[in-house]
Each structure stands twice: as C-alpha cells, then as structure tokens.
Design a protein around this ligand. Structure first.
Ligand code: F3S
Ligand code: F3S
Length: 118
C-alpha cells in the first residue's frame, strides 16, 4: 500500500503535504507533485492536509480507472526518465537530497488539460 497524488493536484500544487511527510518522499514537478511509493511509509499524514483532496490510497484505485492512471504515472515519474533527462530519478531517499523541486512532469501530467479537474 502507498499513498498517491492524483489529478486534482495539477496546477494547484499547494505543497501543504510536503510539510507533514516524515520521510520527505513527496517530489514537486512543474504542475503536480508525486509521492515515491518505495520511500512512502504509509503513515497517512499527508492525505488530510491537501486542500483539494488530491491524495488517495493506491488500493482505492482498483475500481477507479482515473486513479489507476495516476498510480501508474506516479511510478513512471521515478522509474522512467523525465522529459529532457537521460536517467530516471529512481529512489533518491528524500526530495531535499535533490536540492529543490524537480520542475518536470511526466507526459501524462504535462499534456493534461488545464484546470486541475479530472
Ligand atoms: Fe509521506 Fe506519509 Fe504521505 S510517508 S507521502 S506523509 S503517507
Ligand atoms: Fe498537491 Fe495537495 Fe500536495 S495540491 S502539492 S497534493 S497539498
């Protein structure tokens, strides 16, 4: 089990979730943030902090194709090279170790319609 950030974060990126994650496993892209499922300890602290309810538990995606797409996309953010990069991020061990926000998104998020809904 892991927590996942869905479409409602897009173009909102409130970042309140970042302040409560005890292991610093939430990484900020350009239009959205992403939880590293390998680093997440499933504490649940982030979920109630998001003002737009973008964070969900991955098992709730089993019956929800829209959520399932973002579970897969969150995996891809770390496992596949982001646009313009040669190497995937992998599991850096905390967003702070990267020296700041990533500023890049997966193709799914980068091409997502404006507005955050859906
Ligand atoms: Fe971090 Fe806990 Fe959420 S480890 S990503 S605050 S579930
Ligand atoms: Fe996004 Fe909500 Fe965090 S909008 S950056 S998941 S607080």
């Amino acid at each position: 089990m892991a927590y996942v950030i869905g479409a409602d974060c897009i173009d909102v990126t409130d970042r309140a979730c970042l302040d409560v994650c005890p292991v610093d496993c939430i990484y900020v892209g350009e239009r959205k943030s992403y939880i590293n499922a390998n680093e997440c300890i499933d504490c649940g602290a982030c979920e109630p902090e998001c003002p737009v309810g973008a964070i969900f538990v991955d098992r709730t995606a089993r019956s929800d194709p829209d959520r399932a797409a973002f579970v897969a996309d969150s995996h891809a953010f770390f496992a596949e090279p982001l646009p313009g990069r040669a190497e995937p991020l992998g599991d850096p061990g905390g967003a702070g170790k990267l020296g700041g926000e990533i500023g890049l998104d997966t193709p799914l998020v980068g091409d997502h319609p404006q507005g955050g809904a859906g």
